[in-house]
Design a protein around this ligand. Structure first.
Ligand SMILES: [Zn+2]
Length: 711
């Protein structure tokens, strides 16, 4: 439920740098000869139908020269902004900056799209090569003092200029990005900031490397068949194979990787071995050896406090959250604490039910954290037995896809028309022309359903082109893509997907709508990470509605609609283990915040800190936080003071969907308001206000609590 299904892959032209975070490379870009001879399709204006990228004529050799040319052009555009003699205005500085780099945006989005869904060794190599160059390119712009001076002049004059809402929002965000990169600091402080950033990214790499090594360090080797009691055959088979690959043929091996560990915790009757395996998992990075992360973690937190102070913030959370919808740590803590109290009640109830099973089975021990999965599985069988194979026949991929199109059509009147005459990012992909209800064009959408070797795992939405209105008034329509990894059809069987995949299909289409409905003038938008999942998660709600399921979930052979009894099971299953799921998530989110609201530097005793914090919080002793500090890679590698975001977005989508529940699932007025206020304007205006414009009030946490069975 809290899984992040969105990979913000193609959003900005320098996004590649975010995943790679290279700081030490010193590639000599002057040596890179521009080899483009006018025959590089990436550098030509796209003349295909709908001006989509001419995927079929682009070769791997085209990318590098295209990147180099596009960066050079971008630099020239920035130079022209700086060197003009006109005094700075929004138009000649901010607008020109926003439109600049169009070629680089185009090259990067084609490349990122191919890298994620149609990759090969050469493309990976180009990614490694180009990443530091793009990073350096972005730094050169964000640390350019002359450019900043112009932006600052416009910013300081903003009261006198009559800017539109979108312009004011763009200006504020661009200015803030400069300031956050240290543009307002003196050169000595800037140097200090650069040092801190460098250290932080090196430490993050080391921390993550330790966790990777820890994941592979522990092996639970079993040579006595009795110790496998309770495990399903498939799990035993996998463990035998793992052992075999490690040169221990005839034995069984389990590791702390979740796909290996979780089934063991769920099914293994041997309680001591469950304890051994789970403790190994919990103690990653906490073994006082060369992979220990405690000091590293403390150092990272301290450097972040220094960085926050240098930039004028009381703590690191204040620095991070300023750019989020939550705005400050108080708002985040307020939300987490609101959900905490109801969660505690439900988690206690779950623990009591499990203890009851233990007692009933005549055992004499108190439930511990390594017992939770085992007894949760028993509870699941008792109360929520939902068999995947019972459901799949009702979820033929094509039926689900058409069901999602139908929901979107009933809400917004828009249509998806399959088209066959345009280039495809991969032969497996399908293309659709998306039209508004009056027949006018909205954009093009690709759908790419099945796994293949050249595709990364998971599901995501990306953009090959973003919406914008050119200075001459021409409207550019977006080209979006949704990519999945669903079960392939076979000769005898169509693709029948499970319910999780059904929700994923709706989810990514929700992101696509956000792109297709966009009305932004400038091709640069700013969407806070705690808002970005609202358009996607809200669409999932329709997928589970009884009246909607009855329309699209029909048996692939008989055409009979899904029985009510199965719908009840689907809807009930969301209450399974909900106390545990929410509590382990909240504990990790609160732990994340607790470090990032610290305002004084000083070595932190990580184990003691956690112990104090969780006991003060009242965390059940049978539930561990989803992450302990020593392996909490999210909050080391880019999601710091941000783990709460999943919940924040969830509050929004539950509350927003409540408006449809109140007014009618397909109420036109509500849908139009959601489109106008949220989908058309996301990234171009204050998101708290946008939400209020749609809902007429601030979001309430109540619908989420009810939906998750926490109230
Ligand atoms: Zn998403």
């Amino acid at each position: 439920m809290l899984q992040l299904k969105f990979k913000p892959m193609l959003k900005f032209y320098y996004l590649l740098t975010i995943t790679m975070m290279m700081t030490l490379s010193s590639c000599d870009q002057n040596k890179k000869k521009d080899q483009s001879s006018g025959e590089n399709p990436l550098l030509e204006k796209f003349t295909t139908t709908y001006q989509v990228p001419p995927f079929e004529s682009i070769t791997t050799e085209n990318y590098m020269p295209a990147f180099i040319d596009a960066m050079a052009l971008h630099n020239a555009e920035i130079e022209a902004i700086i060197n003009q003699t006109e005094p700075p205005t929004f138009e000649n500085t901010l607008a020109d900056m926003a439109y600049s780099g169009e070629l680089l945006r185009s090259v990067s989005s084609v490349f990122s799209g191919q890298m994620s869904a149609n990759t090969n060794v050469e493309i990976q190599k180009i990614a490694e090569e180009i990443s530091p160059l793009l990073s350096e390119h972005a730094d050169n712009i964000s640390l350019n003092p002359k450019l900043f001076a112009r932006v600052k002049a416009v910013y300081e004059n903003r009261e006198h200029d009559s800017l539109s809402g979108e312009q004011a929002y763009l200006l504020e965000n661009v200015y803030r990005d400069f300031v956050r990169s240290g543009a307002n600091l003196d050169s000595e402080q800037q140097q200090k900031l650069i040092e801190i950033n460098k250290k932080l990214s090196m430490m993050a790499l080391k921390f993550e490397q330790h966790v990777l090594d820890e994941n592979n360090a522990f092996q639970l080797v079993i040579d006595n068949k009795d110790d496998l009691a309770g495990l399903p055959e498939s799990v035993i088979g996998m463990a035998a194979q793992t052992a075999d690959e490690a040169g221990m043929t005839g034995k069984w091996m389990f590791t702390v990787h979740k796909p290996s560990m979780v089934p063991f915790l769920q099914y293994a009757q041997n309680r001591d071995l469950r304890e051994k395996l789970y403790k190994a998992y919990l103690n990653r990075g906490n073994n006082n050896d060369k992979l220990d992360n405690k000091k590293l973690f403390s150092d990272i937190i301290n450097l972040r406090i220094q960085k926050a102070h240098l930039l004028g913030y009381p703590n690191y959370a204040a620095y991070v959250l300023e750019e989020r919808m939550a705005k400050n740590p108080e708002n985040v803590l307020n939300l987490l604490n609101q959900v905490w109290d109801s969660t505690l009640v439900v988690a206690r109830r779950e623990a009591t039910q499990m203890q009851q099973i233990i007692d009933d089975e005549g055992d004499d021990f108190k439930l511990q954290s390594w017992d939770w999965w085992y007894y949760a599985e028993k509870l699941r069988k008792q109360n929520y037995n939902l068999d995947d194979s019972e459901l799949r026949p009702y979820f033929k991929l094509e039926n689900v896809r058409d069901g999602a199109f139908m929901v979107i059509n009933k809400l917004y009147g828009i249509t998806f028309k399959p088209i066959s005459n345009i280039p495809l990012p991969h032969p497996d992909a399908q293309a659709y022309e998306v039209n508004d209800q009056d027949g006018s064009a909205l954009g093009v959408m690709y759908m790419d359903f099945f796994p293949r070797e050249s595709k990364q795992g998971g599901a995501w939405q990306g953009e090959y082109r973003v919406h914008q209105v050119l200075p001459d008034g021409e409207e550019i329509h977006p080209v979006v893509t949704v990519v999945y990894n669903f079960t392939r059809p076979s000769a005898s069987m169509p693709s029948l997907i499970n319910f999780d995949e059904v929700e994923t299909l709706f989810h990514e289409l929700g992101h696509a709508l956000d792109g297709l409905f966009a009305k932004n003038t400038y091709p640069v938008t700013f969407i806070p990470t705690d808002f970005v999942e609202l358009p996607s998660q809200i669409l999932e709600h329709w997928a589970t509605e009884r009246e909607v399921l009855k329309m699209y979930a029909v048996h692939y052979e008989t055409g009979a609609p899904i029985p009510d009894e199965l719908i009840d099971k689907i809807n009930n299953s969301r209450y399974f283990n909900t106390g545990f799921n929410n509590m382990e998530f909240l504990a990790a989110s609160l732990l994340d915040m607790s470090y990032h609201v610290l305002s004084d530097t000083g070595a932190i005793d990580i184990n003691q800190f956690e112990l104090n914090y969780f006991s003060q919080l009242g965390l059940l002793e049978q539930i561990e936080p989803r992450y302990h500090s020593t392996y909490f890679t999210h909050i080391v590698g880019g999601y710091e003071a941000g783990y709460y975001s999943y919940l924040w977005s969830a509050v929004l989508d539950h509350d927003a969907y409540e408006a449809f529940r109140e007014n009618g699932l397909f109420d036109k007025t509500t849908a139009t308001s959601f489109r106008k206020n949220i989908l058309e304007k996301s990234g171009t205006s204050d998101h708290e206000q946008l939400y209020r414009d749609f809902r007429g009030k601030n979001p309430s946490v109540e619908p989420l609590l009810k939906n998750r069975g926490l109230k």
